[in-house]
Design a protein around this ligand. Structure first.
Ligand SMILES: NC(=O)c1ccc[n+]([C@@H]2O[C@H](COP(=O)([O-])OP(=O)(O)OC[C@H]3O[C@@H](n4cnc5c(N)ncnc54)[C@H](OP(=O)(O)O)[C@@H]3O)[C@@H](O)[C@H]2O)c1
Length: 285
C-alpha cells in the first residue's frame, strides 16, 4: 500500500466524523444562548459578548424593561435574534417552564448561562428565613433544574455549553454571607462534577467564580463596600469574558483576577477555621 492510497474505512470514518462535527458544533451565528439574570450586571455583559460573536439570545429575568432595551440595542448593533422572557426564577419548576418557553419560540439552546443569583449580607439569624430560602431556591435549586433540563436536551443533541456563575465566596465559609457562600460552594462542586460527567457527550460545564465586581450585587445584598472590596473590585465585562473564554475552551473552573486567585490559593495553606475568620473580617468595614 502506497502513502497516497486512502484506506476506504478510514476515509469513511473521517467523513462521518466531519459530518458529526458539522451537525453537533454549529457555528456561533447558528447558536442560541439562554442567559438568566440578563437585566443587570454580568448578565448584560454575557449577552453583549455573545451577541458580538453572532450568537442569538434568549434573555431571562424579572425586569422586562432593561432586557427589552438591551435586546433592541443588540439586534441593531450585531444583527442577532434576541427574545426576552420575563420570569421569576426563584420557584420550583422553572427549568421545565423555561424549556417550554424556548420550545414555543422554536429555539434550541446550545449555550446556557446560569447567572441569575443574589446574596444576602448580615447575621444569618437576623435575616427572615423566607428570604434566605428564596435565595437558595434561585442560587441552587433553579440553577440545578435549568442545568438538568437543558443538559438533557444538549446531551441528546450531542452539543452544549453550560456556564454556572458561582463566587469566590464558594471557596470558604464566609460569615455575614453564610448561606450565600454555602450556596455558591454547591455551584462550584456541582459544575466541576458535571463537567466530568457530560464531557463524553460533547457538553461542557464551566464554573465562573468571580470576586467582588462592579454590578448591583452589593446594593441588592445590602452591603456597603468594605475597604478590601473597593481594592479588589473588578469590572464586569472582563470578568464575563474570562467566563465565556473558559466555557468555549471547556475549562471546568475559573477564578478571574490576580487578587481573587491569590485569595483562593492562600486557602491551601490556611486552616479552615482561620479561613472563616479572615473572610468574616474582610466583610466588615
Ligand atoms: N458582582 C459580584 O460581586 C459577584 C461576585 C461573585 C458572584 N456574583 C454572582 O454573579 C451573578 C450575577 O449577579 P450580578 O453581580 O450581575 O448582580 P446584579 O447586577 O444584581 O444581577 C443579578 C441578576 O439576577 C437576576 N435575578 C435576581 N433574582 C431573580 C429572580 N428571582 N428571577 C430571575 N432573575 C433574577 C436579576 O434580574 P431581576 O432583578 O430583573 O429579576 C439580575 O439580572 C449572581 O449569581 C451573583 O451571585 C456576583
Amino acid at each position: 500500500m502506497t502513502n497516497s492510497h486512502k484506506d476506504p474505512l478510514t476515509e469513511k470514518i473521517k467523513l462521518i466524523n466531519t459530518g458529526i462535527q458539522t451537525m453537533t458544533s454549529p457555528s456561533t451565528s447558528q447558536q442560541w444562548a439562554l442567559i438568566t439574570g440578563a437585566s443587570s450586571g454580568f448578565g448584560i455583559d454575557f449577552a453583549t459578548l455573545l451577541a458580538e460573536q453572532g450568537v442569538n439570545l434568549v434573555l431571562a429575568a424579572r425586569r422586562t424593561e432593561p432586557m427589552v432595551a438591551l435586546a433592541a440595542s443588540l439586534r441593531a448593533q450585531h444583527n442577532v435574534q434576541v427574545h426576552v422572557e420575563a420570569i421569576d426564577l426563584a420557584h420550583a419548576g422553572v427549568g421545565l417552564e423555561m424549556k417550554r418557553r424556548t420550545d414555543a419560540l422554536g429555539v434550541r439552546i446550545d449555550v446556557l448561562i446560569n447567572n441569575a443569583g443574589y446574596g444576602i449580607f448580615g447575621d444569618f439569624l437576623e435575616q427572615p428565613l423566607e428570604k434566605t430560602l428564596n435565595m437558595l431556591q434561585l442560587n441552587m435549586a433553579s440553577l440545578t433544574e435549568l442545568t438538568h433540563v437543558y443538559g438533557k436536551a444538549m446531551k441528546q443533541h450531542g452539543y452544549g455549553k453550560i456556564l454556572l456563575v458561582s463566587s469566590i465566596g464558594g471557596y470558604q465559609s464566609t460569615p455575614l454571607y453564610a448561606a450565600y457562600s454555602a450556596s455558591k460552594a454547591y455551584v462550584v462542586l456541582l459544575g466541576e462534577a458535571l463537567n466530568e460527567e457530560l464531557e463524553p457527550h460533547n457538553v461542557t460545564v464551566s464554573v465562573l467564580s468571580p470576586g467582588i465586581t462592579a454590578t448591583a450585587f452589593l446594593a441588592v445584598s445590602g452591603q456597603k463596600a468594605t475597604a478590601y472590596q473597593r481594592l479588589a473590585m473588578m469590572q464586569s465585562r472582563p470578568v464575563a469574558k474570562i467566563g465565556l473564554d473558559a466555557l468555549f475552551k471547556g475549562v471546568p473552573s475559573v477564578v478571574p483576577g490576580i487578587v481573587n486567585k491569590l485569595t483562593i490559593f492562600s486557602n491551601r495553606f490556611t486552616p479552615r477555621r482561620l479561613q472563616s475568620k479572615i473572610a468574616g473580617m474582610l466583610m466588615k468595614n
